[in-house]
Design a protein around this ligand. Structure first.
Ligand code: SF4
Length: 188
């Protein structure tokens, strides 16, 4: 059976592999229990632009699902500007562009192109500051890095390979529910 990973895992795994496990355990049942302020703010803004009347307009594909058979990933894009061939990934508060963010947008870009939508430029947008930052498309070395990252997640032993970074726990929305730490997150 073919195995596809959600694109969101590419960033979650960089932050903490165990968060993927907890995401699966709690996501469908207790979202309100663990959601912290940044996630709630992000969700509110995303839900506004994900409304059906804004989806698939003549100018922008918003909140559309994409899939890449070559990479073995699927997920939602934020915004794809059809005429400008521009892909935008929004974060509520974009203080830094983490490596996991790059993996996400690279995977979205490759999936879009595989589905017949050419992409000329990639952007991250800070919703809070209403600012956009253009980033380069991945070169061949970075594409290999992305493929290796996906393989690492697919083969990861979530039972035995978990290493805990307590500093990350304080910024993790699952901290209050996580059995690997006694810390609570700073958003409580
Ligand atoms: S609380 Fe810590 S160990 Fe648990 S998922 Fe979050 S970052 Fe990982």
């Amino acid at each position: 059976m073919e195995f596809f990973l959600p694109i969101s895992y590419l960033n979650d795994f960089v932050f903490c592999p165990y968060s993927i496990y907890l995401h699966q355990v709690y996501d469908n049942n207790f979202t309100d229990t663990y959601s912290a302020k940044p996630q709630e703010q992000g969700k509110r803004v995303h839900s506004k632009v994900d409304r059906p009347h804004l989806k698939n307009s003549k100018r922008i594909l918003s909140g559309a699902y994409v899939i890449s058979n070559r990479l073995g990933v699927y997920g939602k894009i934020d915004q794809y500007y059809l005429k400008e061939r521009k892909l935008v990934e929004r974060k509520y508060n974009l203080k830094k562009i983490f490596r996991g963010y790059y993996y996400q947008i690279w995977a979205q870009y490759l999936a879009l192109e595989e589905m017949g939508h050419p992409v000329d430029s990639l952007y991250f947008q800070s919703i809070k500051k209403n600012e956009r930052v253009e980033v380069e498309k991945p070169n061949s070395e970075e594409l290999n890095e992305l493929r290796t990252h996906i393989k690492t997640i697919a083969r990861f032993d979530f039972e035995n390979e978990i290493k805990i970074n307590p500093q990350k726990c304080t910024h993790c929305i699952y901290a209050s529910l996580c059995d690997k730490t006694n810390k609570d997150h700073v958003y409580a």
